[in-house]
Design a protein around this ligand. Structure first.
Ligand code: HEM
Ligand code: HEM
Length: 558
């Protein structure tokens, strides 16, 4: 871009007008030139943001016609098949949006698809942050904000799903009430309070509505703004490469390149969601009919993000339930309490605590702005995979009826299979993922030492066949040698004082546990400290596919 490029006169006029009043030019200029590191995985957070915006906009549209009322009426709208059927005003107004409001059906579909994609994007974004260790200092607080966003998003989705008061809605609310009732001592009270009496009562939709359109979106918006302010202030992590250190950022400036890219990506996300909504039917409430407590339907699935709770409720054994012999007997429903509250608590609690647990184990308290490659933190990667497998098994168990029907397996057998898998799956996942990481580490060390395998076989004059190894590019060498040595990441600073004297407590109690965990965390890592990189920047490597990023890539970063 030449230095003489200037904004059009009219735009400059507007700029001056604003600057005369708010003096924003200096900060504005600095922020417009802010550098964003480039990587496809950094777009996952953006997808979450864009789908959230779509949810807000379509949600407001729906509020114009949706009536959050449980008053019973007889349907008299344009959907012939439900003519004359008694239903709540909420359900009738949803049918009205579908069949009488122009574009209403599409808007409802967009709202629902955006919700599904929103939660999916934020889960994948969270996994990206987890597996690359981007939650480490200084980003722990932003991680915690993220976990809160995740939890709220699920509740928001569940409440939204409950609003139309169709059959699956009511069944979801019934499960919610069941879990509430299982809470010892206060369960019945909480349920009566929320439902304004017995289930279903006449208040629940109105109450969920207020939470769904006002309180939770406001909380989510506040948290997302905080998430971005912290991100802006702390800057983004970047993957290892030439010029990328814990102190420098390499990437594209905010304006114009990043802004244009982000703007384009918003429309792309919108187009995908709108395309899905136009062609793929989601939650066709007119086919399900209104909720009545006596009706039940088979083969129905909740929205995907509630699937793991459904699954854990389906497979958790009931032989742990017991009764406290006070008065007439006080039953404790372990089979509802554990899957309904303890398992989600463990999942969200584990997510929230992980950065602190890892920091305690490794003793690594330095700011980390270069993200880890997942293979270089094999235990973390293994723990993450174990978590994903556990979640995945529960999620699949939520469809056990459909699986048993599709594959003609006895329903009860699927329950036993899932019970075994829920315990064995995560352990296997951990071991396999860790082994793969260590294998990749060994290959990296090989590549660093000997260059990469070119696939060209040569015959030597002696008759021996060898595979030619080619020089790695400087970028590859940088990436491979960015790996921190296990002993340098595990700074047992608290165990040894500045003059090298060991803290006597380090070998007792918690200190001992921590040492053992630190040893377990790093013991198998492959070191690259002693490797002399086999790199030849000066050499021609015409077939070097590992160095596709040319040096131009680095020039726009500062
Ligand atoms: C993270 C944000 C949100 C999520 C995950 C979400 C999710 C959902 C879901 C899954 C439904 C059921 C849709 C269906 O019937 O197929 C729904 C319904 C609804 N949502 Fe949201 N929503 C969000 C934000 C909002 C906002 C901000 C508003 C309004 C300001 C809103 C207003 C509504 C209304 C009025 C309904 C009932 C109408 C209907 O079911 O068609 N939503 N929401
Ligand atoms: C509405 C939901 C969310 C939105 C809109 C959002 C948006 C973003 C964006 C755009 C970024 C920068 C680009 C990127 O790394 O993808 C980011 C970074 C980050 N997000 Fe989120 N996020 C959300 C949820 C979460 C969740 C659920 C977590 C974790 C539990 C989380 C943790 C983080 C962390 C730690 C960073 C900094 C990563 C780094 O610097 O590499 N976010 N977020």
């Amino acid at each position: 871009m030449s230095k003489t490029t200037q904004a059009p006169k009219a735009l400059r006029g507007v700029g001056n007008y604003i600057d005369d009043r708010f003096h924003l030019a200096k900060t504005g200029e600095k922020n417009l030139r802010k550098v964003f590191p480039n990587h496809w995985s950094f777009m996952l957070g953006e997808i979450a943001l864009y789908s959230f915006i779509i949810l807000l906009v379509t949600g407001v549209f729906l509020t114009l016609w949706f009536k959050p009322s449980m008053m019973e009426i007889v349907y008299d709208g344009s959907y012939e098949r439900l003519q004359g059927v008694p239903m709540s005003e909420a359900f009738a107004s949803t049918l009205y949006i579908d069949f009488d409001v122009r574009g209403g059906f599409l808007m409802r579909q967009i709202h629902h698809w955006a919700a599904l994609i929103f939660v999916a994007a934020l889960v994948i974004h969270m996994l990206r942050v987890f597996f690359t260790g981007a939650f480490r200092k200084p980003r722990e607080i932003n991680w915690l904000i993220g976990v809160a966003i995740f939890a709220l998003a699920m509740v928001e989705g569940l409440f939204g799903y409950s609003l139309p008061d169709d059959l699956p809605s009511g069944m979801g609310v019934r499960i919610l009430q069941g879990v509430m009732l299982a809470i010892p001592l206060v369960g019945t009270y909480i349920s009566m309070f929320l439902f304004g009496g017995e289930f279903p009562g006449e208040d629940i939709i109105t109450r969920l509505y207020v939470l769904h359109v006002l309180l939770i979106p406001a909380l989510l918006l506040g948290l997302i703004v905080a998430h971005f302010m912290i991100l802006w202030h702390q800057k983004h992590t970047q993957y290892p490469g030439v010029g990328k250190t814990d102190r420098t950022v390499v990437g594209t400036p905010m304006f114009p390149a990043f802004a244009v890219k982000a703007g384009g990506f918003f429309f792309f996300t919108f187009a995908v969601i709108a395309g899905l909504s136009a062609f793929v039917q989601i939650n066709p409430v007119h086919l399900f009919g209104p909720f009545t407590p006596t009706s039940i339907t088979s083969g129905l699935q909740p929205d995907w993000y509630m699937g793991f709770m459904e699954g854990s409720l389906r497979i958790f054994p009931n032989w742990l339930d017991f009764t406290i012999p006070i008065g007439p007997g006080y039953p404790i429903m372990v089979a509802v309490l554990v899957p309904g509250l303890v398992i989600p608590g463990l999942i969200f609690g584990g997510l929230a605590l992980w950065p602190f647990i890892e920091q305690w184990i490794t003793g690594d308290k330095r700011a980390r702005n270069v993200a880890d490659r997942p293979r270089n933190a094999p235990v973390r990667t293994g723990v993450g995979v174990a978590g994903v497998v556990f979640y995945g098994v529960l999620w699949l168990a939520g469809s056990n009826d459909i699986l048993s029907e599709t594959f003609s397996i006895d329903l009860y057998l699927t329950t036993y299979i899932f019970r075994v898998l829920a315990i064995a799956g995560p352990i296997l996942g951990f071991v396999i993922a860790k082994r793969i990481c260590l294998g990749l580490q060994r290959r990296d060390r090989e590549t660093l030492e000997h260059g990469y395998e070119s696939g060209t076989i040569q015959q030597l004059p002696s008759g021996e066949f060898i595979e030619v190894h080619k020089e790695s590019s400087s970028e590859t060498v940088e990436v491979l040698s960015s790996k921190k040595d296990p002993s340098s990441t595990v700074l047992q600073e608290e165990d040894v004082d500045s003059s090298g004297v060991e803290n006597p407590d380090a070998r007792k109690g918690m200190g001992k546990l921590r040492r053992a965990l630190a040893h377990w965390y790093t013991k198998d890592n492959v070191t690259v400290r002693d490797v002399e990189p086999h790199s030849g920047h000066h050499l021609h490597h015409t077939h070097d596919h590992t160095s596709q990023e040319g040096p131009e890539e680095d020039e726009d970063g500062h």
